[in-house]
Structure formats: structure tokens, C-alpha cells
Design a protein around this ligand. Structure first.
Ligand code: C5P
Length: 234
């Protein structure tokens, strides 16, 4: 029985502004991807980390893994990614060796997730949940709108009850066979892996997420991430 983490890191990161692929941008001098890899390898349960690199960046990612210090008890693999996040995850799943029965899928864009959150996700899968997501309650009220592309004001359609909503993070954890089955069956465009398991009609459960597992998406998130790292070092 073993646990592997697949890290999709093939996105361009256009919302972050111009520059290198998002995962390769530095946070306090170290590429975001290396922070994310260390966050997964920090869990003693994780024996393998599969990085899904930008399609033309696999060699660069390999050399990054070689030149940064990483735990010796963990194995690392690098594969080139695809056009969508879903495709990239699938390409990572394709190289998992036998003997892995729990799979984490973790965005490179969430470099600062604490190890306790990673371990809580793994624990819940071990306890029998086919799919587990870390999540937090929302602070903002959320409205569903009728999207407009012409710049005119968007009409509000509904206001879901905030207390019933959760903002979902990664790593998401899965029973390996469940996740493989989901990726073979579900083809719709989805933004997370757990929703594919939901579409199969299997239960997905939530464990507490963490504020520091936020996704680095926009320029302000870089400022926040570097402040968190500086505080950890202090
Ligand atoms: O775009 P989004 O923020 O949802 O991306 C989440 C994660 O998926 C990022 O770590 C990104 O690098 C990855 N991704 C990928 N392949 C793509 C698109 C996104 O691995 N084609």
C-alpha cells in the first residue's frame, strides 16, 4: 500500500501576468513548483511525486528537481502535460506504478499547503472515503449571475445560502481505482477531480482546509505567498 501525489503544473498562468509558466515562477527565490513538491514530500506517507510539466518544459522541471534539496525517501517522476488540467492529471496517472493505492492530486499553484492538511486528506481516504477534498467556509457572499460578454451589467439569478458553501482546495485524495475510473468515464470540462467522482455517483467528503493552501492566481497572491514564507522563516 502506498500513496503518490500527482502535481499538475502545466498551466500558463495568464491571470498572473506575463512571464514564465506559473509553476516555474519564484517565491522568495524558489520556484513555486519546488515549494509544492516539498509540501507533498513532507508527508511521510507520500512515497512518489509525479510532476506534470509544461509540454515544452519537462527537461527544465527535471533539472529543477535535481538542483533543489528534496527528501531522499521520496521518488520523483516528470511527465509532459496536456492542453487542459484534466488531460494533464490523466497523463500523470498513466505513469503510476503498481502498489500505489491512494492518489493525491495537488495544484502546483497551491505551494504552501501545510503537511497536516495533506495528512488529514490521506487519513480520510484510508478510513474508506473514495474521494476527499479539503475545503473552507466562504467569507464572501456568492451570487449566481447570467454571464454577459458585452460588458453590460450582469443580472443576478440566485444567492446560494453561504453557510452551505465551501471553497475547495487541494490536495484532493482518492482511492486509486476510483480516480482512474473517473478519468476513463467522465469527459465533461471540470475544474477539479472530485467533481468527476461526483458524476460517477460516488461519495465525496470534505475535511478542513487551511488558509495557507490558497491558490496563487493573481499578482496579489504572490505578495501574500511571499509574506507567508517570510513569516515561516522568522
Ligand atoms: O488554471 P488553474 O488555476 O485551474 O490551474 C490549476 C493547476 O492546473 C495549476 O497548477 C496548473 O499548472 C495546472 N494545469 C495543468 N495543465 C493545464 C492547465 C492547468 O497542469 N493544461
Amino acid at each position: 500500500a502506498g500513496t503518490a501525489a500527482v502535481i499538475p503544473a502545466a498551466g500558463r498562468g495568464v491571470r498572473l501576468g506575463p512571464g514564465a509558466p506559473k509553476a516555474l515562477r519564484a517565491l522568495n527565490g524558489t520556484p513555486m513548483l519546488i515549494h509544492a513538491v516539498r509540501a507533498m514530500a513532507a508527508s511521510r506517507a507520500v512515497s512518489l511525486v509525479v510532476v506534470v510539466a509544461p509540454p515544452d518544459g519537462a527537461a527544465e522541471v527535471k533539472s529543477l528537481l535535481d538542483t533543489h534539496s528534496l527528501p531522499e525517501r521520496t521518488d520523483f517522476l516528470v511527465v509532459p502535460g496536456g492542453d487542459t488540467r484534466q488531460e494533464s492529471v490523466k497523463l500523470g496517472l498513466d505513469v503510476l506504478p503498481p502498489g500505489i493505492d491512494i492518489v493525491l492530486v495537488h495544484d502546483a499553484a497551491r505551494p504552501l499547503v501545510p503537511v497536516d492538511t495533506v495528512d488529514a486528506v490521506i487519513e480520510a481516504v484510508r478510513d474508506g472515503a473514495p474521494a476527499v477534498v479539503p475545503a473552507l467556509p466562504l467569507t464572501d457572499t456568492v451570487k449566481e449571475v447570467e454571464p454577459r460578454t458585452d460588458g453590460s451589467p450582469e443580472p443576478v439569478v440566485a444567492t446560494p445560502e453561504r453557510a452551505r458553501l465551501r471553497a475547495v482546495q487541494t490536495p484532493q485524495g482518492f482511492d486509486r481505482d476510483t480516480l482512474l475510473h473517473a478519468h476513463e468515464t467522465v469527459t465533461d470540462g471540470v475544474t477539479d477531480d472530485a467533481s468527476m467522482v461526483e458524476q460517477l455517483g460516488k461519495p465525496v467528503v470534505v475535511v478542513p482546509g487551511h488558509e495557507e493552501a490558497f491558490k496563487v492566481t493573481r499578482p496579489l497572491d504572490l505578495v501574500l505567498a511571499e509574506a507567508v514564507l517570510a513569516r515561516r522563516r522568522a
